[in-house]
Design a binder for this molecule. Structure first.
Ligand code: PHE
Ligand code: ZN
Length: 881
């Protein structure tokens, strides 16, 4: 477990980076595994780089023996303390041997070696990123030390029939007293954070894959016996991912085996350990009866993400943890491209931008704001953030857009070729991409170093006499508390101009001989720049930032009818949706300020009602268009945040939309969609379910009795989870009492199915209003609730605190006090999970005064405690600022 904060640790600075004094060329590990006590023998072959003592990280290890070059060191010959083992060595190479003991069953933090599940049937596994390896053995636990690993596992054969570690298998056999052993050799040098082992009673499904360069790879997915029949979808996704990386990036897998293991006890989503990926079961298991369509897509995306890390992360890794986005931003981008190819590209883009706005923009606007490459941290686990992942992916996307598909591929080829087997930096990445194309990409470094979401304001002037359109773009990035002034960034703005009939106009920039298509990308390099387009016959409506070409907030003073025009005619699927979002934002303002006849509200409902009947709009896009920004995003439209006001106004605008379309039309559509319902997973079926859900929600608003009746029938007849959960949620939102029976039914039906029960908890944790808090407290008393399981904690406590604004932000502050109390209990078990849940306090400063005061009191009291983990102390300390 991480150390407690009685002794505050100084932050780690990027500016202080120094290469390791000693590297480890070869690692031999031998594990004697058991639930209560495991022993680890390590033999490290070190090589000196700098004339300094040997320093090895180690936390919570019981040191049994230490040998240097074959000689046992006595106590006076080494220093052990503060997470470090230090001693001197004379030569330039040196062999260090340690023996330590670990206590896996007591490890509730799920970092290092731990037990998943019960003592009787559970299995042992490891989690090392970022700094978990030091909980397993003494080692220079930093990503720029790359070593070759040989790992031998020994354990009781009946209790641990399956023994796995990363690398290729290198023998196995029986031992006396019912024990057995297995050895693994990984030929690829790797950092310690990619080490993994698994031991227990697991079953597998297997498939062979022959890579494009001709290697036969045995793929194995492992799960506990009751879950093994839910792994087939993940296996298909894995094969698709391998094929795609071969085609799109020319990257082949590089070992003879690839293992994937599912566990219910995991702090994060999944982990890319070399040759032995470990997954939170939530992102691996899927079956129609317990998984929603969204979850199927997540499984495909996370399987791909972890597989892609084999090149972007493992073969080429990070020099230090400041460079985390080098692997994460790049790998998210690679996954996004893959998912776009496997499914609908515009829908994927909409989904990703919606996520960026929901998760990253608020993060970047509050006290936890940090650059994609931070310059300091006190606990690295707290930097696995939406900024590092999602904004980081947007930065790679901008670079890819700048270079074009072929240039980007050449750049990536050079990056992989040049840095294979190395631990590198963001600068190395920019240099490789740039040099392959003869372009200087270093100006983009500013995007990595500067936090905050840039605001781009656009202003268009049409000159009828000159037939000219002048577009002025300006950028500014508001400084978040106490940070330095911002430099201008290179901002690519992809755009088209539409004439009043909805036609895109050929674009000729001033000084050019001829137009160059109807879509262009202009790059804003300075604080302000003017772009002049010639031969423009009529005042145009600009479609700006198409495809979301840069992660910024666009400010352009659109009139409602201009947005309505884009919503009808924009050929860019993303910008079409975006026009709808912008218009919905204005409609929200009308609803909030009581303008029931407002121009924006009228335009929004009118155009959506028309699109609702337009056969050219497909089901999936229509479903997205019928979804206005959520309560959390709409916070941005309020100077001071009152969650109840936001929710009420949003419901009023949706009510107006439902009334405009009309219950009969909604009903007709709902019936048509229901008649086609099966559990199939193809895109058209998923789109129908998605649309049906939106339509049902609108019916429930306009005609609650109809809504309830339809939802109840849908719940009873649903062929699969998507329809079942949607119906349950509609029912519960419409009338929690009327839903009680169905809620109890779901609870019984899925008793023992952890992932389904998580959805049951999460659905109820989102039910809004005054009664929410009491509901949460009675759910805590459910025998299936436990603070020990991260998924369960996130499902109930995380969802309530982050996704239930009206329920959590009570004016009496009771929910804040309750959360503080739970954070203490969680922190004692699992600091990483406590820290992540605590980020729910991020936005407290922008609450209206009554709630703000209540939140402040709680945060101040909690953050002044001295018995918290470093993880939680770090988050609270920054949030409280
Ligand atoms: N590296 C993992 C991923 O993004 C995330 C992770 C971080 C998992 C830390 C566990 C611990 O794929
Ligand atoms: Zn990752």
């Amino acid at each position: 477990m991480s150390d407690r904060s009685e002794t505050p640790t100084a932050p780690i600075l990027l500016a202080d980076y120094r290469p390791p004094a000693w590297t480890v060329e070869q690692v031999e590990l031998t594990f004697d595994l058991a639930i209560d006590r495991a022993e680890v023998d390590a033999r490290l072959a070190l090589r000196r780089k700098v004339d300094e003592p040997i320093r090895l990280n180690g936390e919570g290890l019981e040191l049994i023996e230490l040998k240097v070059d074959g000689r046992v060191l006595s106590e006076g010959e080494y220093i052990l303390g503060d997470g470090m083992l230090e001693f001197t060595a004379t030569g330039d190479t040196c062999v260090v041997e340690t023996r330590v003991a670990l206590r896996p069953a007591e490890n509730t933090a799920f970092e290092g070696l731990y037990l998943s599940g019960s003592r009787e049937t559970g299995f042992l596994l490891t989690q090392c990123e970022a700094e978990g390896f030091r909980h397993i053995t003494f080692f220079p636990d930093r990503p720029d030390v790359l070593s070759r690993y040989t790992v031998t596992l020994r354990a009781d054969k009946a209790r641990f029939p399956v023994l796995l570690a990363g690398g290729n298998p290198d023998g196995s056999g029986d031992l006396p007293e019912g024990r057995h052993w297995a050895r693994f050799v990984d030929p690829h040098p790797k950092p310690s954070y990619l080490f993994a082992l698994v031991a227990g009673r697991l079953e597998r499904i297997s498939r062979d894959h022959v890579t494009a360069d001709g290697r036969r790879v045995a793929l194995h997915i492992w799960a506990e016996p009751d879950a093994i029949d839910r792994c087939d979808y993940a296996m298909d996704a894995l094969v698709r991912s391998m094929r795609w990386d071969e085609d799109a990036y020319g990257r082949n897998y590089d070992l003879d085996v690839f293992h994937v293991v599912a566990t219910h006890d995991f702090n994060m989503g999944a982990m890319e350990n070399k040759g032995l990926n470990i997954f939170n079961a939530k992102y691996l298991l899927a079956d129609p009866d317990s998984s929603t369509d969204d979850e199927y897509r997540h499984v495909e995306a996370v399987v791909a993400h972890e597989y892609f890390h084999n090149w972007s992360g493992n073969r080429v890794t990070c020099r230090d943890w400041f460079q985390l986005s080098l692997k994460e931003g790049l790998t998210v981008f690679r996954e996004q491209s893959f998912s776009a190819d496997m499914n609908s590209a515009p829908l994927k883009r909409i989904e990703d931008v919606a996520l960026l706005r929901r998760a990253q923009f608020p993060e970047d606007a509050g006290p936890l704001s940090h650059p994609v490459r931070p310059s300091q941290y006190s606990e690295i686990n707290n930097f696995y953030t939406a900024t590092v992942y999602e904004k980081g992916a947007e930065l790679v996307r901008m670079l890819a857009g700048r270079l074009g598909p072929e240039g980007f591929r050449q750049g990536m080829d050079l990056y992989f070729a040049r840095h294979d087997g190395q631990a590198v930096t963001i600068e190395d990445f920019l240099r490789a991409l740039g040099e392959a194309n003869g372009i200087d990409l270093m100006p983009y470094l500013a995007w990595y170093e500067q936090s905050g979401t840039p605001r781009i304001s656009a202003d268009g002037r049409y000159d009828a006499a000159q037939r000219r359109y002048r577009l002025t773009l300006r950028q500014r990035t508001p400084a978040v508390d106490g940070q330095a002034a911002r430099r201008p960034l290179p901002v690519p703005v992809r755009l088209s101009l539409f004439d009043p009939s909805g036609q895109a106009t050929p674009l000729r920039l001033e000084g050019e001989a001829a137009p160059d298509g109807v879509e262009r990308t202009v790059v804003l390099h300075t604080a302000e720049q003017v772009f002049t387009f010639e031969d423009i016959a009529q005042a145009p409506v600009p479609s700006l930032l198409r495809g979301f070409s840069a992660p910024v907030i666009l400010e352009y003073d659109y009139a409602p009818d201009e947005l309505a025009l884009l919503l009808r005619h924009d050929a860019d699927g993303f910008n079409r949706w975006e026009a709808g979002q912008q218009l919905a934002g204005l409609a929200f303002d009308d609803a909030r300020d009581g303008r029931q006849q407002g121009a924006a509200l009228d335009a929004w409902t009118t155009v959506l009602a028309a699109l609702f009947h337009d056969p050219a709009v497909d089901d999936a896009l229509l479903a997205e268009l019928l979804t206005p920004p959520g309560e959390i995003e709409l916070v941005e439209r309020q100077p001071e945040r009152d969650p109840q006001r936001i929710r009420d106004a949003r419901l009023r605008m949706l009510g107006a939309l439902a009334a405009r379309i009309g219950v009969p039309a909604l009903r007709q559509r709902y019936d048509a969609l229901s008649a086609m319902a099966r559990g199939d997973l193809d895109a058209a079926s998923q789109a129908r379910r998605q649309l049906k859900r939106r339509v049902l929600d609108l019916i429930a608003l306009a005609s609650p009795d109809d809504g309830r009746a339809l939802a109840r029938t849908q719940y009873e007849r649903a062929p699969a989870m998507t329809d079942r959960l949607a119906a349950l949620s509609t029912l519960a939102l419409a009338d929690a009492d009327a839903a009680a029976e169905a809620i109890a039914h779901f609870r019984r039906r899925y008793d023992g199915n952890a992932l389904a029960l998580d959805k049951w908890f999460a659905m109820q944790a989102q039910l809004p209003g005054d009664s929410a808090f009491d509901r949460i407290r009675s759910l805590e008393a459910d025998p299936a609730f436990t603070l020990k399981n991260p998924n369960r904690v996130q499902a109930l406590i995380g969802t309530f605190a982050r996704a239930n604004p009206t329920g959590f932000h009570r004016t009496d502050g009771a929910a804040y006090r309750w959360l503080a109390d739970r954070l203490l209990a969680i922190d004692a078990l699992n600091p990483q999970v406590a820290a992540r849940v605590a980020t729910a306090f991020n936005g407290w400063k922008r609450l209206e005064p009554v709630r703000r005061e209540a939140a402040h009191a709680v945060i101040a009291a909690l953050s002044s405690r001295r018995d918290l983990s470093r993880d939680l102390t770090d988050i609270l300390g920054r949030v409280a600022l």
